[in-house]
Design a binder for this molecule. Sequence first.
Ligand code: AMP
Length: 468
Amino acid sequence: MTFETLGLSEQLLRATAEMGYTEPTPIQAKSIPAVLKGGDILAAAQTGTGKTASFVLPILHRLSDKPAVKNNQVRALVLTPTRELAAQIQQSVVDYGKHLNLRSTVVFGGVKINPQMMKLRGGVDVLVATPGRLLDLYRQNAVKFDQVETLVLDEADRMLDMGFINDIKKILAALPKQRQNLLFSATFSNDIRRLAGGLLHDPLEINVAPKNTAAETVEQKVYPVDKARKAELLSHLIRTEGWHQALVFSRTKHGANKLVKLLDRDDIRAAAIHGNKSQSQRTKALADFKRGKVQVLVATDIASRGIDIDQLPQVVNFDLPNVPEDYVHRIGRTGRAGNEGRAISLVSADEISLLHDIERVINSNIERQEIEDFEPNHTLPASRPPGSGRGRQGQNRPPRKNGAQQKPWSGSKSGGGRSANGGGGGRNSNGASRNTSGANRNTGGASRTGGGRGTSGNTHDAENFGNR
Ligand code: AMP
């Protein structure tokens, strides 16, 4: 299939050709004709599938033959959870719309609101926004919704995880009833289904990335190791396996900083990216990582969201995420677009119940492989027999000092690549927690796409994150 068959205008076809796209991705092939017709969409799609173009291209097409927008009005509204994603989508609007004469801008929190108000004053065709800041702007009459024709909820699952549901509901209540709705989500919880049920009218359901796609295509391994030796093992792997570009996930900002220091001590070039870092530090870390100056980027979950690095070969879970779905998001950073990818999890005994949760979500057991000289000493407390009520397995309790040692790594064997499958079983009592952190410091950038009427699409924004 080619883009020409989808019904897009010549200007948009030219832009996609200039981007080097030769054929639409599966989600684009399905979504573009449906959106052009004005229908609603419910799409299961993750970053990396080409989902942004799947809504931006047909939206731009529909907007391009309408008269100019005025007076704080907006025609297409894209809601997205983080500033980084917002900025990336806005950049796509600028790129795909370079031969059109449409106005677009991006707004998110943590920065001065006044410049954003100024940019909205004349109205914009496409507004990309995080929900909290959009609501602030609406309450201050800086943006008007009377002419909204199309609403996009991008990464809807993430917006709910980040606690945006009330803001979203308030925004929905203020929008015209008659409009097109496009909902994109990587996962489909009951909450998402409820939201979709109240929002969408006879939607076309598109499922190009079933929940566990990444889990099926990325080579995954668990390396059992004692907590205290994780950094040492990571350093060993980087050196012996010659990793030149690894994205390492840390559950906490403090943990990320500490790990960078430890790696530095071993002469491994590393940088951290998380919500406590200044914008310039984050931008620099990501840029250095992309051009190979930094070998290891240590990130928290929120910070990593939406980072678009092609062909990232190696993802490491230094800590397992508290929320099993985050594991799927994390490993989705590698092996994209048909490239081979590897995801390694360094798992200590206190994380075994998190591991079991993840294996339940991805519906398979991850191969265990003990690394010679790093075999774990610490063990789990005796696990409760199945069906004996709510266990305490999920809590971090100290290992038993003596007595029969029970290895949590069922079926594993140490050294030189020998491995066996294990895992499964054991419900845990770990309360899943949501990371809602992510500081917000940046400025929005307005731009006019195409026509030479001034562009200021701030590409640096694409390397930031945060909410509101
Ligand atoms: P997305 O899933 O929207 O984040 O897109 C992921 C990456 O795929 C981005 O770098 C896009 O520029 C790229 N992309 C989108 N559509 C196509 C296409 N049809 N052909 C090649 N690359 C594409």
